[in-house]
Write a protein that binds this ligand. Structure first.
Ligand code: F6R
Length: 639
């Protein structure tokens, strides 16, 4: 029988959901559950039958299982596994196959007998697939069914590769992948065009038969689809909603993935809230947006009819709350991102003193600085601050191969024109040209090629930073080692990166540090870059006194913006400043027109940046604040 949801707070949730502080904490919990099942089955002298998933989501679960195997003697000798899916067609030995994924992340590190591993075969002939699928199902059934099936969720709402349109009773079969799924996979395959269009997947019906179903999701990227899967109506448009019909399913989420659920997004609609300053700001902005009314026009009646009556009673009348929130948002706006000298700074986002600050802008890739905070960058320089920009990675992966040849052709001509020996250069060029001829999709480049790609991006970043007004000695290329190491090992140590960052900060002793706070960056580089800076700052805090005076500001990259209620500094840009910012972005020619990794937005980075900054300004305006052309947004990270 279907369980009843008795809690007021979760009344919109149609299946059980547990939310954890982090993906690690949540994954450890799932790994423990799997280990329990294995132990339990072992004690009964039976085999544990596990349904496994691939993708980014279960990686830490597998890591933890490997750890338990090594440290705690967890044995997989009595385990039989069935994977959800495999691309079709797919060579099992290929780098992108789920066979390779499972071997690298789990099977190669545990004692599971190879014959106990089952993964749909991407190498079958078309005419063999149907029988294979029937046999796959039969084998699971004959073993007594899956004890547990772990799942991730795609942004289309797919479970396994059951894309929108799948039937609730579907079985294992060949399916066509949704376009969004292929775009999400494009990074692994070096472009969407190389992602297979089909896959063999267990059906929704197959998944349903498992004794226990655990769906995991991490990060903001997944928040909208999780909201639909948990609170939406059951529909084939979002196959994960079928799980609402199961009485043995649980969703395990981190806080980011859960953030669109009603109890987190608008908690005042489902429970009595503790109305602290942050919650009030969030709720009032939400009310203003929902009613499409400027903050100062919201009435007690509006509060009462939108779950905010308790707030109106505690802190009201509404007009007082409105004025307080309006002023607080007003105070986030500043044309002085480095602080306004000789001004009362009690209501300003930055301090007035020292009037001339040292600022370090960390930029994960060589163009994030200008894309995300180009206007603020230029203002800081114009206002006389000592600005340094530190490019954390070389960004070499995002340069097209033909640009390498183009730049080398230029170099050969140049060296020839000044009468120097160009033979060595020509040899390198020929070697690279040959390499590109046979290069497989997503094949890593040779080191020499990676270097040329890095030089291209370096020259562009230098041009952009110079355009913003920096001297050459203020432009730093950190070339953090994790970036290239990550291509060959999944979890390289961050120590050398932290060390390098620490040294840089010690040399400059900045009053302000800016870094990218994109926790939903689909490629993961931004979050790693953020963690490195944060760790360096934290370590310095233990030894250096100047660090107490160093404020840490976060901007967001090309992917998304902060929520309005989170913004702590909004720097307005005039139409001329928007143009200067655009010119700075244009210096990144290799990223213009057809970036290698556009993500799920095909528009050029400069268009995205302008639209986002315009949207932020519009959001402020719709709340009743002044109408600016554009705004760059920041939050302050207390470390
Ligand atoms: C993988 C699978 C997919 C993924 C989903 C999420 O075996 O069947 O449903 O779980 O696409 O992928 P990640 O975890 O990479 O976000």
């Amino acid at each position: 029988m279907k369980r009843l949801n008795l809690l007021e707070e979760t009344r919109y949730e149609k299946l059980p959901v547990k939310v954890f502080k982090s993906d690690t904490e949540a994954s450890v919990k799932v790994a423990k559950r799997i280990a329990e099942i294995i132990d339990h089955k072992n004690q009964k002298g039976e085999k544990a039958i596990l349904g496994l998933a691939t993708g980014k989501t279960p990686v830490i679960v597998y890591e933890e299982l490997v750890r338990m195997h090594k440290d705690e003697g967890l044995s997989f000798k009595n385990v039989i596994t069935f994977n959800l899916d495999e691309y079709y067609p797919m060579e099992p030995s290929s780098k992108q196959s789920y066979v390779t994924f499972m071997n690298e992340n789990l099977f190669d590190h545990i004692d599971i007998p190879k014959e106990n591993i089952n993964i749909p075969d991407g190498n079958l002939k078309q005419e063999e697939i149907q029988q294979f699928c029937i046999d796959y199902e039969k084998k699971i059934e004959e073993l007594g069914g899956l004890d547990i099936q772990i799942l991730g969720i795609g942004r289309t709402g797919h479970i396994g590769f059951n894309e929108p349109g799948s039937a609730p009773n579907s079985g294992t079969r060949l399916v066509t992948l949704d376009d969004l799924t292929r775009r999400d996979a494009s990074r692994d395959f070096g472009g969407k065009q190389n992602v297979p269009t089909k896959a063999i997947t267990m059906g929704v019906g197959t998944i349903f038969k498992a004794n226990e179903i655990v769906l995991m999701a991490w990060s903001k990227n997944k928040a909208p689809i999780i909201q639909k899967a948990v609170e939406g109506d059951i529909s084939s448009d979002v196959p994960a909603t079928y799980l609402q019909l199961s009485d043995h399913v649980e969703f395990i989420l981190d806080e980011d993935a859960a953030s669109e659920l009603t109890r987190f997004k608008t908690p005042w609609l489902v429970k009595d809230c503790h109305w602290d300053a942050a919650m009030i700001k969030k709720a009032v902005i939400w009310l203003s947006n929902t009613l499409n009314k400027p903050i100062l026009k919201l009435t007690d009646e509006d509060y009462n009819s939108h779950g905010m009556a308790q707030l109106a009673v505690e802190k009201g009348p509404a007009y007082n709350i409105n004025i307080d929130i309006f002023n607080r948002i007003q105070h986030t706006i500043t044309g002085w991102p480095g602080g306004k000298p000789n001004a009362d700074d009690s209501q300003r986002p930055e301090r007035a003193k020292p009037a001339q600050k040292r600022s370090v802008i960390f930029s994960p890739h060589p163009d994030d600085d200008v894309i995300s905070m180009g206007g603020t960058f230029i203002r800081l320089v114009d206002q006389g601050h000592e600005v340094h920009v530190a490019y954390q990675t070389s960004g070499n992966t995002a340069v097209h191969d033909d640009d390498v040849l183009r730049y080398l052709e230029f170099s050969i001509d140049f060296v020839k024109s000044i009468g120097n020996g160009y033979e060595k250069l020509q040899k390198s060029y020929d070697m690279m040209r040959d390499f590109f001829k046979d290069k497989k999709p997503n094949q890593p480049d040779l080191e020499e090629i990676r270097n040329v790609k890095a030089f291209i991006r370096k020259s562009e970043a230098t041009a952009a930073a110079r355009y913003a007004g920096l001297r050459d000695d203020q432009i730093i290329f950190m070339d953090l080692p994790f970036y290239d190491a990550k291509k060959t090992e999944p979890y390289p140590s961050m120590e050398p990166d932290i060390e390098r960052t620490l040294r840089l900060l010690k040399d400059i002793k900045p009053h302000q540090v800016f870094a990218a706070g994109d926790f939903a960056d689909p490629h993961g580089t931004h979050i790693v870059c953020f963690r490195i800076v944060l760790e360096a700052l934290k370590r310095l805090k233990k030894t250096e006194s100047w660090i107490d005076d160093c404020w840490f500001w976060l901007y967001r990259g090309a992917w998304h913006e902060f929520e309005t209620h989170e913004i702590e500094m909004a720097v307005p840009l005039s139409p001329q400043e928007v143009e200067r910012k655009r010119n700075a972005i244009f210096k990144h020619q290799s990223q213009k027109d057809r970036p290698v990794f556009p993500g799920d937005d095909e528009r050029g980075f400069w268009i995205r940046a302008e639209e986002r900054n315009r949207e932020t300004a519009e959001k402020y305006h719709s709340l009743g604040l002044a109408n600016y052309e554009a705004m760059e947004a920041f939050i302050r990270w207390r470390y």
